[in-house]
Ligand binder design. Structure first.
Ligand SMILES: [Zn+2]
Length: 400
């Protein structure tokens, strides 16, 4: 749609183009030309933009995504978002756009010191785990061949360990909390598996998660930041440790009410000033780095929902310290639309822990009916998993 996007190049040139641009630094986008392109997309955008300049165009909210017309001539592949902010939307991309999203996702790896043949294991949503003898998914990009095996975040940790110890991947990627859950539930050592880099993503990486992953794999942790709606937004750099933003492909505005994103490579269902809601700031000093893409810091990103107690007070999802209870192996908390709570848990001895867990939850969230359910994976939520989720409207706009 927007001529500046590298999506217009032949797919074999995507990697080299994205690398060259990262080294050169991005050009400032022509906002008037961008608005013109969006006006030309549909009446929806023509009406929305009217005669406004860039900052006068109202940010696009999640609830409005369904109203954006999708080009009927394009073979569209739809993806449901994880619903991290309380409910899900369907995002439509053409096949080429989806392939380009992968090129953008792999951009950080253009700067990793890895061999020409990379073995990687990726943690995805699900309870299934590949066997080492399965055929890997093969992908050529940036002068390397990637061979990928997948494991579900809810799969048997022993099976995942078997996959890792047999394949000895240089790279492990995937859902951050899934990697953490695997480490926490595994009793076998990981430090000798030979993993060089772990690239978690999909949710905000807590400092304690970073420390846990680094320590378990004895590997470098290089985080990624993105969303289902927009694709890869920023990535932690192996040279300077900061998060470089893909601003040449996704125009970003660090609005005080939450990050606004305009992907420049999407024409099937384009998003103009889409409000992601994460709070990020541009770094005020330039990174001392060969990569010239600007860097940002994430202060508050979508991860878990917030829980509301019987008095209407919102409670941070980070405030639940059920881990302190001995014998508890895993937990997930869900607040239903009527305000009642469901605590899913796994314990060495469920019967002994049930009362203590119920008491801890009631103390943490007073004034709400509580139901305890044995079996963490019984909580059926679409998309990638998270530990605290809510169907209450108040959970959709987390703030301190
Ligand atoms: Zn850097």
């Amino acid at each position: 749609m927007i001529p500046t996007s590298a999506i217009h190049a032949a797919p074999a040139h995507w990697g080299p183009t994205l690398k060259a641009r990262a080294l050169a630094g991005p050009a400032e986008p022509d906002r008037a030309a961008l608005l013109e392109a969006f006006r030309g997309h549909s009446d929806f955008y023509a009406r929305r933009i009217g005669g406004a300049d860039w900052s006068g165009v109202p940010p696009l909210e999640k609830a409005e995504v369904a109203d954006i017309p999708v080009d009927p001539a394009i073979e569209v592949q739809a993806t449901r978002t994880s619903g991290t902010t309380g409910y899900q939307v369907t995002i439509c991309n053409s096949t080429r756009e989806r392939e380009y999203r992968r090129a953008l996702l792999y951009r950080p790896q253009l700067f990793y010191a890895l061999p020409d043949q990379v073995t990687q294991v990726v943690f995805v949503d699900g309870d299934w785990c590949a066997s080492p003898s399965d055929s890997p998914k093969r992908f050529e990009y940036g002068g390397r061949v990637y061979q990928t095996w997948f494991c579900g975040v809810a799969a048997d940790p022993g099976a995942i360990w078997q996959l890792l110890i047999t394949l000895r991947p240089q790279l492990v990627r995937g859902i951050a909390s899934g990697i953490v859950r695997f480490i926490e539930s595994l009793s076998a050592p990981l430090k000798d598996v030979g993993v060089q880099i772990v690239g978690p993503g999909g949710e905000s990486l807590l400092p304690e998660w970073r420390a846990l992953i680094t320590d378990a794999f004895r590997a470098r942790v290089l985080d990624r930041y993105g969303s289902t709606e927009t694709g890869a937004l920023a990535w932690q750099c192996p040279h300077c440790d900061r998060y470089h933003a893909n601003v040449d492909e996704i125009f970003l505005e660090a609005d005080p009410d939450g990050l606004l994103a305009t992907p420049l490579f999407v024409s099937s269902q384009p998003l103009l000033r889409y409000r992601l809601g994460d709070v990020v700031q541009w770094d005020t000093t330039a990174a001392d780095c060969v990569v010239r893409l600007p860097t940002l810091s994430i202060s508050q990103a979508r991860r878990d929902d917030w829980i509301t107690d019987g008095q209407g007070r919102r409670l941070s999802p980070l405030g639940f310290q059920f881990e302190a209870l001995p014998g508890l192996k895993a937990w997930r908390l869900h607040q239903q639309a009527d305000g009642s709570l469901q605590l899913f848990f796994e314990a060495e001895s469920a019967d002994t822990l049930r009362d203590a867990l119920g008491a801890a939850l009631t103390a943490a969230v007073p004034g709400r009916p509580v139901e305890l359910i044995e079996g963490v994976w019984k909580l059926e939520r679409g998309g990638k998993f998270k530990r605290v989720s809510s169907d209450l409207p108040a959970a959709t706009n987390p703030s301190p």
